[in-house]
Write a protein that binds this ligand. Structure first.
Ligand code: ADP
Length: 362
């Protein structure tokens, strides 16, 4: 089908349960005519967005993820990646008014649950055309687009357990062969993908990134994701979890369960002396490992039922979270005896937003 390329500005917004992901296309090939008609408001927005890395208290531009000088909808430009907490959505809308965006009419491409929840608010406060689309469709569309555009998008770890040399490699991803897509956001969705248009949501779990963050805040008193990850990196989960060897004194040989496997997540915490010994970092680490063990085993079951050998992990839960990627990579390799490969993505949580932009701008 032939699509009409919308006029600038090009924004897509993915409003999730925890984070808003905003992608902005900054055109580099504006004609003198376009510059004249762009007007002061849009020019100011363009400069504001592209010259800052932080917006207010909680807005950030991930400049290391920026894609420079790309082609989109027949235009050349830079693609910017911006995020802020969904809890700040109404402050964001007020900021748009402060920047006079409410005096302009343009299209905004919206996805995620918040595309529905915040539609009235956005349309009432701003004069926008709010174009919604489904978050899982856009997730796959975004993945397909970025994995072709960015040669370094997909990667895997050859030796996830080797601290000295992880052996991080680029993975040559081909969307044509079936694979599992595990999106770890606030909650988790598991999709079986056969092509860009042929996919099913086969499973999911409510124990996801939101669980890690929520429980970490409760157990350690920390107040941000970045803090929780830092604590987890320094901690030791075996101070908190009961392992097979804590029960057997060694391996459970009859069923091939090695002693170092977790038998019971948080299983030590019934004893006062164990509770005293466990630090905040240990608790954060155990929370991370508990969430990952659960996601890992559900993903592995799905991979076996669907008979696929590649699992792609996306979602902002993997942001600044090498630790979790290595734990997942090791677990997939171990439990599948090397048959199933875990693949990770540079743009983690931004695929739905990118796919949403693609939906409207071909
Ligand atoms: P959603 O669309 O449900 O908001 P995301 O893919 O954006 O899902 O992932 C949200 C999860 O990402 C959070 O639950 C948390 O574990 C993690 N996360 C990463 N960075 C942040 C951050 N700056 N603030 C809050 N959570 C973050």
């Amino acid at each position: 089908e032939q699509k009409v390329v919308p006029v600038f500005p090009w924004f897509a917004i993915d409003i999730g349960g925890t984070l808003v992901k905003l992608v902005y296309f900054e055109p580099l090939d504006l004609t003198p005519d376009e510059i004249r008609t762009e007007g002061e408001i849009l020019m100011n927005i363009r400069h504001y967005l592209t010259s800052n890395r932080a917006y207010g208290q909680d807005g950030f531009r991930d400049d290391d993820l920026e894609l420079t000088d790309i082609e989109l909808g027949g235009r050349r430009g830079n693609l910017h990646f911006i995020r802020f907490p969904t809890a700040r959505m109404s402050i964001f809308l007020d900021l748009c008014i402060m920047k006079n965006l409410h005096t302009l009419t343009f299209q905004v491409f919206a996805t995620g649950g918040g595309a529905y929840k915040f539609e009235n608010d956005a349309v009432n406060k701003l004069k926008l055309q709010w174009c919604k689309c489904d978050e899982l469709g856009t997730l796959i569309k975004g993945l397909s687009y970025l994995s072709k555009l960015n040669p370094n998008e997909c990667f895997y770890y050859e030796e996830p357990q080797n601290d000295a040399n992880l052996n991080k490699h680029t993975f040559n991803f081909d969307i044509k062969n079936p694979f599992l897509l595990v999106n770890i956001g606030s909650g988790v969705s598991i999709l079986h993908v056969e092509s860009e248009t042929n996919y099913r949501r086969i499973s999911g779990t409510s124990i996801g990134g939101g669980t890690f963050l929520g429980l970490s805040c409760l157990l350690t008193g920390c107040s941000s994701y970045d803090e929780a990850i830092k604590l987890a990196t320094e901690g030791d989960s075996t101070k908190v979890d009961k392992l097979v060897k804590d029960i057997y004194g060694g391996d459970y040989e009859r069923f091939g369960l090695p002693g170092h496997i977790v038998a019971s997540s948080f299983g030590h915490m019934n004893l006062p002396e164990k509770r005293e010994q466990a630090t905040k970092s240990d608790l954060a680490r155990a929370t991370l490992v508990t969430v990952l063990n659960n996601i890992g085993s559900i993903s592995m079951m799905c991979a076996q039922t669907e008979n696929v050998d590649r699992i792609l992990f996306s979602g902002s839960f993997l942001r600044i979270n090498d630790l979790s990627m290595r734990i997942l990579a090791y677990a997939m390799d171990y439990w599948s005896r090397g048959k199933v490969k875990a693949i990770f993505l540079e743009h983690e949580g931004y695929f739905s937003a990118v796919g949403c932009l693609r939906e409207f701008i071909m």
